[in-house]
Design a protein around this ligand. Sequence first.
Ligand SMILES: *[C@@H]1O[C@H](CO)[C@@H](O)[C@H](O)[C@H]1NC(C)=O
Ligand SMILES: *[C@@H]1O[C@H](CO)[C@@H](O)[C@H](O)[C@H]1NC(C)=O
Ligand SMILES: *[C@@H]1O[C@H](CO)[C@@H](O)[C@H](O)[C@H]1NC(C)=O
Ligand SMILES: *[C@@H]1O[C@H](CO)[C@@H](O)[C@H](O)[C@H]1NC(C)=O
Length: 788
Amino acid sequence: MQWRTLGCILLVGVIAVTCKGKGHVSVILLGATGDLAKKYLWQGLFQLYLNEVSRGHTFSFHGAALTPPEKAEAIMFNSLKSLSCPADVEADRCALVKDQFLKLTRYRQLKTAENYTALQQDILTSLAEEDLHEAGRLFYLSVPPFAYADIARNINASCRPPPGAWLRVVLEKPFGHDYGSAMQLASDMQTFFREEEIYRVDHYLGKQAVAQILPFRRRNQKNLDSIWNRQHVDRVEIVMKETVDAKGRASFYEEYGVIRDVIQNHLTEILTSVAMEVPNNLTSSSDVLRAKLELLDSLHPLEGSRAIIGQYQNYVQQVREELEKPPHFFTKTQTFASVLIYIDNMRWEGVPFLLVSGKDLDERTSYVRVVFKDNAFCLQKDLARDPVKNPCKPRQIVFHIGHGELGFPAVLVSRNLFKPSLVPSQWQEVSELPNVFLFGQPLSDYHVYHPIQEREAYSILISNIYRGKKESFITTKNLLASWKFWTPLLEELESTSPRVYPGGSESGHLLDFVIEHSGLRFLTDEHLQIMGMEQKTNAFASTQSKFLKNTMVSNWAEELIEKLAQDIQSAADEAVKRSGSFHLALSGGSSPIALFQRLSRHHHGFPWKHTHLWMVDERCVPFTDIDSNFRSLERHLLQHVRVPYVNIHPMPVHRNQRLCAEEDLGTQTYAQDISALVSNSSFDLVLLGLGNDGHTASIFPGSQNGITGDELVVFSRSPIKPHDRMSFSLPLINKARKIAVLVLGKGKHDIVTLISRAENNPNKWPIFGIKPESGQLVWYIDYETLFK
Ligand SMILES: *[C@@H]1O[C@H](CO)[C@@H](O)[C@H](O)[C@H]1NC(C)=O
Ligand SMILES: *[C@@H]1O[C@H](CO)[C@@H](O)[C@H](O)[C@H]1NC(C)=O
Ligand SMILES: *[C@@H]1O[C@H](CO)[C@@H](O)[C@H](O)[C@H]1NC(C)=O
Ligand SMILES: *[C@@H]1O[C@H](CO)[C@@H](O)[C@H](O)[C@H]1NC(C)=O
């Protein structure tokens, strides 16, 4: 066979012996006639050959697809015509190597199991003929994910290289659609391949400025150590703006949207590079990947208020056309999103990381920008013009990934920070700076570094696959950790309407946003006019009437929560004025969560410092358990407000390493705490809910304890899991000055209707046992409950 021999002829007289000794590498590119192959992969493989041909391995390249050779060969070789060499390669050498490469490249049909067996035979036979041993085999799957399993089965069944040679299988995104589907795909792959054989590509990790983040952090550790943290970093922006829209890709885009398309993968990968702890040994893939996983695991869980979303105006029309939908078809798919992420660790706690991306925006650019706090005061005015000596100019470090006004990949460091060090053989300082402003500053305010040779991401990644540098790829664990983080938000956003924007520069300030109360908010309200809708009134108007002889406040859920929050704040102000503290007892369950979130967002002026928080009831589970009421309170309220630690009173359900054991006297302990701290055991406000069976607190129908009697706190049993509970007794609740019962949602319609007619029997309907001794009971019931 001529092809491998040719691979070595080139080397005769140089290192022909090594060539034979190091063995042969077969590259099989599936999807060889596709767009990605045409645009990047063949060029990447050619670049690999160009770099490696004189270093020892021999190569053969098999372009493969489902189509028979008669049809596909011409298409494939046509896309090979445009292969090019970097500028520093002499034309003669380039032509020679390209000629070699073409001779080493074959088209193969890979459709049936027989086709794979035949490939195996061909490889083995020709290697035997040449007396070459096999070093490794690289299968690059540039095919849609639904084809993975089939191909994987065939590779495993008949195309594994002989023992001693490596197998690397490269996969292209999407790697699933959410946590469940990613898990499914991953486990499919794991039945055929070992983890070390799988290379999932995120091509952003091959972008030069992105690949430079970790080495930069390592080389400049001395300067960065003291400032790469929450004391000094104001915020981090990770941005990918596109001018193109989704035209022509509507069927893909409808299923994915901007978060799945680029934020869950590219921007999240960048986030990990910026924020992870840099391992001591950057050449150890496993250390790097472990540090990334740790970072992914410490991301603070997302919720709807952390994201704002948009959709360009023509999108719906494009989807209607491409997917043949009727004229009344609408979709909530996001084409723009900005997500605010916090990281729960000592280094980054409280620092906003903004991940922003969208289509049909005003410019094409992508960058990471680390903005440092502006906390210096400069007295002397003459120094103001000198960027080096002036600590009052903005300080930032920018990894400019591409495009934008700068037009090239770059690393920029404000001159008033430090002069950075980058690998001198790869990056150089730009001396002739273009006359552009970047983030409000002339380029002369920065040290600007640029790669000596610009390289395509795919050529870098293909070289990393060949070298087995796994840290540039996505492991199964890291992939699943990322999906685990993103999936709840994606589910929440399914029912959220995106803001419609006209697209391009016409969008004006429509997509501008601010960080507010640990969430994101659009700056303007204009979208309502654009969509031809009327502005919703924000005026607060709620109906007051009677329910079961007590006051009832009713409204739409959002307004109702707002009113309850206001009433709680009034009660708090009054209590603090009267007695110096406010004792608030809160119930578990899902209804209060919206209230907690409301209180946590608009808490300015609330006397948190003087507030004591008690639990009305708790489930007998550890506090870390997802069912724990305290955990929910912690997540939705406590971590956002400044309640002194000693004022927080979780129920002692977990003592002596067991849950709610009578002998541990948890109920007595809690009762004693209440007696000791709350005068007359009379809470200033107790917030209750109403269960579908008429239960309130955790006192369920037919309960033995807690309906009457002297006990303040009791153990109880719920008909639904987790069964064991600790709860305030109804007599304790009845001592309160104010009792609020919050009832939300259609699901509560039936019980509310029922108890409005039922006999007043607390054993059957514990809610009837709520009869304040001298305080006031107010029902907060939303319209959905009342009118379904
Ligand atoms: C692939 O397999 C099919 C069915 O076995 C066969 O008809 C076809 O010739 C094979 N293609 C090649 C290139 O061997
Ligand atoms: C992978 O291939 C091996 C060897 O042919 C075979 O024993 C094994 O069952 C295959 N695995 C799966 C999941 O098909
Ligand atoms: C770093 O990791 C690489 C790869 O695991 C290893 O070969 C090398 O010895 C390590 N270096 C140090 C200093 O530990
Ligand atoms: C406590 O209860 C007693 C008797 O009901 C009452 O006289 C007293 O005013 C109460 N104290 C407070 C601080 O509410």
